[in-house]
Write a protein that binds this ligand. Structure first.
Ligand code: SF4
Length: 372
C-alpha cells in the first residue's frame, strides 16, 4: 500500500510524519502547479470547486509516482465537501485509475468508521499511533508558529527575499526530521535563523485573511497571497492555521479550541446559523480582527464556494458596521497573477492612506477617534 493525500499548504509535512510513523509508505504528490490544475480541470465538472480540481490533479500526479491508495478527510454539513470523496472516486475510476480510497470521516458523526479506517492504516503496534500523532502534532505547531513569524518578517525585512529563502530552507529541514527529540534543537535553530534577518524599523500594516480553508492554506490556490502582501510591506494573520484544521476535522469535540464558540457568536447578527465550511466563521473573524485593530481584511473564496458566498453577502454590512475595509477575492482556474497583484496593491494603498488619516486624526483629536 503506497499512500497519498491532497496537498494543502504545509499540511503534507505532519501527515507524512504520521502515516510513515505508523508503518506506511507515503508518496507525497509534487507541489501544486499549473499542470496539477490542468489535469484536474480536464476531469472535473466545470462547476466543481477549485480545491476539488487541484486535488484530482494531486492524486493523478501521485499515481504517476507509484501511489495506489488515497487518504482523504470526509465531511458533513451543508457544503459539497461531504460528497467530495465520492465524486473524486467516481471520476478517477471512470478514467481508468485503479486505487483504494480511505476516507477519515469526522469523529463527531462516524466514530466507528473512523476507528476502522485508522486500524486499516496502522501497520505497527498501537504505541506507534500515539507516538506518531504526537510527533506530527509537534511539527504542525512548529509550522504554524513559523508561518506567523515569517509573515511579519517578510513585511519588515531589509533585504528583499531574504525571509523567503530562510523559510524554504527551514521547511525542507523540518520535513526531513525523523526523530521527535530533534525538534527542540530545531526550534532553537529557527529562532537563531530568524533573528539574523535584518528588519526595517517601520510598523507594517496588518491584514487578516479569512475565507475558505483550502484557498487560505494552499499558496498555489491563493496565488501566494501572503508572500505577495509581504512584498508590499504587509503582515498577514489568517483565521485558520494547520493545527486549527486538524482540531476541527480530526479531533473529538472536547479537544476543540475553547474560544471558537465565542468567536462564532460575533457572526450572529449577520449569519445566525452554520452554513457549512467556514462561512459563518469568516464573518465572525472580520469582527474579531476589527476589534484587534487590524488595518483591513481579505476574504478569499473559490468560485462557486457555497458557504463563502453566503458570507460574502453579509460582508458589506459587517465592513460598514465595524469600519474595516474588506476586499473579497474569488479564485478559480482562470485567475491571473497580474490582475490579482494590481488589486492587492490598490487595497494596500487604500488601507495605508486610511491608517495615515487615522494617525493624523488621533494626534489632532486624541485616541479613540476612528475614521469612517
Ligand atoms: S467549502 Fe467551498 S470550496 Fe470547500 S468544498 Fe465546500 S463549497 Fe467547495
Amino acid at each position: 500500500m503506497k499512500l497519498t493525500f491532497p496537498h494543502m499548504g504545509n499540511l503534507y509535512i505532519p501527515l507524512k510524519t504520521f502515516f510513515e510513523g505508523i508503518g506506511n509508505e507515503v508518496i507525497t504528490p509534487p507541489y501544486c502547479s499549473k499542470r496539477t490544475l490542468e489535469i484536474g480541470t480536464k476531469l472535473a465538472p466545470e462547476y466543481a470547486c477549485l480545491p476539488l480540481k487541484i486535488n484530482l490533479g494531486n492524486f493523478i500526479e501521485a499515481f504517476e509516482r507509484g501511489a495506489d491508495t488515497i487518504v482523504m478527510a470526509g465531511g458533513i454539513g451543508p457544503c459539497r465537501f461531504g460528497y467530495y470523496c465520492e465524486i473524486q472516486r467516481e471520476i478517477l475510476k471512470k478514467n481508468g485509475y485503479d486505487f483504494e480510497m480511505i476516507v477519515l470521516e469526522p469523529p463527531k458523526k462516524q466514530m466507528l468508521k473512523l476507528i476502522n479506517n485508522i486500524k486499516r492504516l496502522l501497520k505497527k503496534d498501537i504505541s506507534t499511533l500515539i507516538n506518531s500523532a504526537r510527533f506530527a502534532w509537534k511539527k504542525a505547531i512548529i509550522l504554524d508558529n513559523l508561518e506567523r513569524i515569517i509573515s511579519k518578517k517578510r513585511a519588515m525585512e531589509r533585504k528583499k527575499g531574504e525571509t523567503e529563502k530562510v523559510y524554504k530552507e527551514l521547511i525542507k529541514k523540518l520535513e526531513n526530521i525523523s526523530e521527535e527529540n530533534m525538534l527542540e534543537k530545531f526550534s532553537v535553530e529557527i529562532e537563531e535563523k530568524l533573528n539574523m534577518i535584518e528588519e526595517d524599523k517601520k510598523v507594517p500594516l496588518v491584514i487578516g485573511i479569512v475565507g475558505e480553508i483550502y484557498t487560505i492554506l494552499e499558496p498555489f490556490a491563493n496565488l501566494n497571497i501572503e508572500k505577495q502582501l509581504g512584498e508590499l510591506g504587509v503582515e498577514t494573520k489568517r483565521n485558520i492555521y494547520i493545527t486549527d484544521w486538524v482540531r476541527e476535522n480530526l479531533f473529538p469535540k472536547f479537544l476543540k479550541p475553547k474560544n471558537l464558540n465565542e468567536i462564532i457568536e460575533k457572526a450572529f447578527p449577520y449569519i445566525r446559523h452554520f452554513v457549512g465550511g467556514h462561512g459563518q466563521e469568516s464573518v465572525a473573524q472580520i469582527v474579531n480582527f476589527s476589534n484587534k485593530n487590524f488595518d483591513g481584511v481579505i476574504h478569499l473564496l473559490p468560485f462557486t464556494c457555497m458557504p463563502e458566498i453566503v458570507a460574502k453577502s453579509a460582508i458589506p454590512k459587517v465592513s460598514k458596521d465595524y469600519k474595516i475595509p474588506v476586499m473579497t477575492l474569488v479564485l478559480d482556474e482562470h485567475s491571473g497573477e497580474i490582475g490579482f497583484r494590481t488589486r492587492l496593491e490598490a487595497f494596500v494603498d487604500l488601507i495605508g492612506q486610511k491608517k495615515e488619516e487615522y494617525i493624523l486624526n488621533e494626534r489632532l483629536f486624541g485616541s479613540g477617534y476612528r475614521v469612517s
